[in-house]
Structures are given as structure tokens and as C-alpha cells.
Design a protein around this ligand. Structure first.
Ligand code: NAD
Length: 508
């Protein structure tokens, strides 16, 4: 306790301000902008992850009892992939993009030059404490920023490992870790940043956004919400069930932002779906899942109490059709399926973020879409069907951060897709090139010479000049449009000088 208090005193507003000042000086020196610096730092993240794989796995086990397989696939490998892709593509991402200029300013050329934003802050959550802390850092560094990471205090082993490893491997004049909880994060949030990337819940997302307002700082908010999974009949139910089970319980035991939060199916099909899910749960985690080494535990006693409260609510506890076992001393809750819980129950109105999966039944599968639309926009939504019309309707009408048809969570691993929420599930996106873009400013640049200066845009303004400029603007930049506009201008000028000559001859 004393150490904790000392720690929070040790990092307050004064320390945060001093740290940001140092980072601004380093950033101002221009070192983070060079291709070489970016590559060296990305390689260091790669090395650090590779050389300390076992320590990372142990930290994740200590924080969450995360199975080694999940730690490897869902954290270490995804982080390494991000580094590998950034290293491979960095040159092309950094290259200015040539674009069409406007005929109004002919001759000229135009390009978009990506530039770093400056000094950025990454605040991360406890559930994927390695990935959601470092994946945005990969983007921030690739884009040439200085960066501060604030790992989650609810995953303390990973947080202190990150502080140690980043301290050892990274250029600490530009990359820092600040450990801590609300006090430390608040001290950080008082500072002026050039971007804040926050991963976590919506309540704190609002706090982060409110702090950002003071300095007009842009935010990337990676939030969560209730991700629905709709299941139609006439599908390969065994494959569908496996993919649902692995997306829910095989993803940190449901403590994942993209894990299915609730299911929707027809009244007629629900019994078959429940049976299929039960079968796969038994196959994957055995008859006594509380003992399974392949399921993460609940992160802490607060979250355990939150989840059991959802389960113990009147009118909900009687709806359990599978699981429900729990073990407070080991913070474990078995995979639990509930059928037809009331729509106004807590479990249907809060993000569950744990191993509980309610199934809601509807008359027609299409009714599911209307039900989804009555809630806030989810981070992810899933549909299992063979019906082409239903797929089209789902993609057209359901708004969510991402959609997957006939699987769960896999979109997260596709680097060519942006990952982020919409509405209350977040704003902005990252992953792959989108990470680079999330931490870059696209600077508009025009190049001109001194030749070909046409007086058409200069006063004195005339209707002729105006109509010429308007014609050039609507020509859309085509070369024929420019030639045509110039010809008209030349003809008009010739007429003008002829008229002038005539007037002067008459007056003589
Ligand atoms: P958390 O408790 O670790 O909090 C996240 C961060 O906010 C931490 O670093 C914490 O120190 C900080 N924080 C907490 N209270 C604060 C306050 N009052 N002021 C300032 N900072 C504060 O994580 P969590 O919020 O429980 O994470 C779970 C949520 O995150 C879920 O909603 C989940 O869906 C979402 N999530 C989203 C993604 C994504 O990529 N979209 C990924 C993981 C988790």
C-alpha cells in the first residue's frame, strides 16, 4: 500500500509535464522522422517480443491465466505481424502520393505528404495487455512520432514487464512507459498531446475525450459494446458452433472486445443451436471447465462480482441452460449459456465482457437486424447463414465497426482491414496501413514554378475572367479542359485588344 501511495505521488502533473517537455525536445530534434530511426525502433519491438516470449507468456498467465496458445496467437504473433508488415511497407507508406492538381493553377503539381503528428499518448486496457498497448505504438513509431504508453494497472505483471522491456530496448528519449492507475492517467491527460489513442470502456472514453477537448487533441477511441451474432438455420451447425465457441470462450474467456456478447436465432432453431454449442464446449474444455487450462480466469474480484451480479439477477438466473458453475477463490466462471433472458435485464443492457452468452429468440431471423439496430452500434457483428439475400441485407443495413459472415473475430487479424468502432463503439481505426495513417497527418502540398503566370485570377476582376475560372474549375483538371479554357482566354484577350485598338483609332 505504502509503495502504491509513493508511486502515485511519484508521478503527478509536474512529472508528466517534465516528461512531455523532454519528449517534445527529442521530437523537435527531428530524429523520429528519419526512416532509419523508425526501422530501428520497430526492429527493437520485434526483437524484444521474440527474445522475451516466455516472460510475456508468464506475465499473461499471472494477470489472466491466459492459455499459452492464446497468448501466442492473439497477442505475440499479432504484434510481431504488425512489426513485420510495417517494416516491409514503411518506405511505401512514407512516400508522398502524387495526385492531380487543378487547372486553375496550371502549370502545377500536387502531392500528399504524410507527416508525424508529434508526441502521442497510448492508454491501454487489461484484456490484451501486450497487444493493445504495443500495437498502436507500432503505428505511432512507423508514422514517426514520439510516444508514451500507459499500460493497464489491472494487468500488473504485463504492465511492469512492458516498462522494463521498453526501457531496455527502445530509444527512451522518444518512447516511454508510465505505469499507474487513475491518478497517473489523469496527470498524463492534463498534458498537451498531438493524439491520444485510448483502448477501454466507454465511461473512461468520455473522460479521455473531454480531456482532449482542452487542447483540441484528436482521439482514437477503441471502445467496446455488445457484439451480436445472428444464427440462421440451414447451416453447418458444427462448424458455426466451433467458431462461436472459439470467438467467445477461446478469446480470453469472453473478455474480448470483439467476442460475441449475445446471440440471436429463431425460436425453432434455438434448441439445436444450444445443443451444438454444448457439444463443442464439452469437446473443447471438458466436463469440468472450471479446471480447464484452456480458459482464462476472470481478471479480478471486481469483474468477477460484476459478472455474477449479471447472472444472479432475478428472471435471469433461471434462464441458464448450460454452465453457471463458479469458483470465487480461483476467479473462474464456467462457459454459461442462457436462453430468452428478459430484454430489460442487466445482462442485455451492459457489455458482458466475460463467459456468459445469452441467446435471444425471434420469430423470423430477419427480425434480428431490427433488434440489433435498437441498440448502440456495436464494435463487431456476426451472421451465420447460407442465404445470400440475408447476407446482403445484413451488410447493407447493420452498422458496426466490422462485420464477419460465417465466423467470429477473424477480421481483427486481417491487416488490410481497418479495425475500429463506429458511434459508441469508438472512433478512428488502426491495424496495417491504417495504424500508420492514424498517427500521421496527410499534408497537402502544391509545387509551382514562375512560368505561365496568367492574369486571369488577378484584379481588376471581370466577368470574362470569372467565367473562365469557373470553366477551368468544372473541367475537372483534364488537359483538354485546360487547353480549351486557355484558348477561350486568348480569344477573349484578342477581342479585347482589337476593341481597344479600334477605340483608339476612332478617337484619333
Ligand atoms: P481498464 O480498466 O484497463 O481501463 C483502460 C485504461 O483506462 C487503463 O489504462 C486505466 O488506467 C485507464 N483508466 C481507468 N479509469 C480511468 C479514469 N477514471 N481516468 C483516466 N483513465 C482511466 O480497461 P477496461 O476499460 O475495463 O477495458 C475493457 C473495455 O475495453 C471493454 O469495454 C472492451 O470492449 C474495451 N476494449 C476495446 C478494445 C478495442 O480494440 N476496441 C480492445 C480491448 C478492450
Amino acid at each position: 500500500m505504502a509503495t502504491k501511495e509513493l508511486q502515485s505521488v511519484a508521478f503527478g502533473s509536474k512529472e508528466a509535464a517534465a516528461m512531455v517537455k523532454e519528449l517534445r525536445e527529442s521530437y523537435g530534434s527531428g530524429k523520429t522522422r528519419s526512416y532509419e530511426w523508425r526501422v530501428s525502433q520497430l526492429k527493437n519491438i520485434e526483437k524484444m517480443t521474440e527474445y522475451h516470449e516466455q516472460e510475456i507468456i508468464e506475465a499473461l498467465r499471472s494477470d489472466l491465466s491466459k492459455p499459452e496458445f492464446e497468448s501466442y496467437i492473439q497477442e505475440i504473433a499479432l504484434l510481431k505481424n504488425s512489426c513485420t508488415l510495417a517494416l516491409k511497407e514503411l518506405k511505401s507508406w512514407m512516400k508522398p502520393e502524387k495526385v492531380k492538381s487543378s487547372p486553375v493553377i496550371f502549370p502545377s503539381s500536387a502531392e500528399i505528404v504524410p507527416e508525424p503528428l508529434g508526441v502521442v499518448l497510448v492508454i491501454s486496457a487489461w484484456n490484451y495487455p501486450l497487444l493493445v498497448a504495443l500495437d498502436p505504438v507500432v503505428g505511432a513509431i512507423a508514422a514517426g512520432n514520439a510516444v508514451v504508453v500507459k499500460p493497464s494497472e489491472l494487468a500488473p505483471a504485463t504492465s511492469s514487464l512492458l516498462a522494463k522491456l521498453l526501457g531496455d530496448y527502445m530509444d527512451n528519449s522518444c518512447v516511454r512507459v508510465v505505469e499507474g492507475a487513475v491518478a497517473e492517467t489523469s496527470a498524463l491527460l492534463e498534458q498537451k498531446w498531438d493524439k491520444i489513442c485510448y483502448t477501454g470502456n466507454r465511461r473512461v472514453g468520455r473522460i479521455v475525450m473531454a480531456s482532449a477537448v482542452k487542447h483540441l487533441t484528436p482521439v482514437l477511441l477503441e471502445l467496446g459494446g455488445k457484439c451480436p451474432a445472428v444464427v440462421d438455420s440451414g447451416i453447418d451447425l458444427q462448424v458455426a458452433s466451433r467458431r462461436i465457441v472459439v470467438g467467445k470462450w477461446g478469446s480470453n474467456n469472453g473478455q474480448a472486445c470483439v467476442a460475441p456478447d449475445y446471440m440471436l436465432t429463431t425460436k425453432d432453431f434455438a434448441p439445436q443451436l444450444v445443443e451444438a454449442l454444448k457439444r463443442e464446449l464439452d469437446n473443447f474444455f471438458g466436463k469440468n471447465p472450471l479446471q480447464s487450462k484452456d480458459l482464462s480466469r476472470i481478471v479480478n474480484s471486481n469483474h468477477y462480482a460484476r459478472l455474477t451480479k449479471l447472472l444472479d439477477e432475478e428472471d435471469v438466473s433461471g434462464k441458464i441452460v448450460h454452465g453457471g458453475e463458479r469458483d470465487l477463490s480461483n476467479l473462474r466462471i464456467a462457459p454459461t449459456i442462457l436462453l430468452d433472458v428478459p430484454q430489460d435485464s442487466l445482462i442485455m443492457n451492459e457489455e458482458i465482457f466475460g463467459p456468459l452468452l445469452p441467446i435471444v429468440t425471434v420469430d423470423k431471423v430477419e427480425d434480428s437486424f431490427d433488434l440489433i439496430k435498437t441498440g448502440t452500434k456495436p464494435l463487431a457483428a456476426y451472421l451465420f447463414t447460407n442465404n445470400k439475400k440475408l447476407k446482403d441485407q445484413f451488410v447493407r443495413s447493420v452498422s458496426a465497426g466490422g462485420l464477419v459472415i460465417n465466423d467470429t473475430i477473424v477480421h481483427l487479424a486481417v491487416a488490410s482491414l481497418p479495425f475500429g468502432g463506429v458511434g459508441e463503439s469508438g472512433m478512428g481505426a488502426y491495424h496495417g496501413k491504417f495504424s500508420f495513417e492514424a498517427f500521421s497527418h496527410k499534408k497537402a502540398v502544391i509545387y509551382r514554378g514562375f512560368a505561365g503566370d496568367i492574369s486571369v485570377r488577378y484584379p481588376p476582376y471581370t466577368m470574362g475572367k470569372l467565367s473562365l475560372i469557373l470553366k477551368a474549375m468544372v473541367s475537372g483538371g483534364s488537359i483538354w479542359g485546360i487547353i480549351w479554357a486557355l484558348m477561350i482566354y486568348k480569344i477573349l484577350n484578342t477581342f479585347k485588344s482589337l476593341a481597344h485598338k479600334l477605340r483608339s483609332t476612332k478617337s484619333e
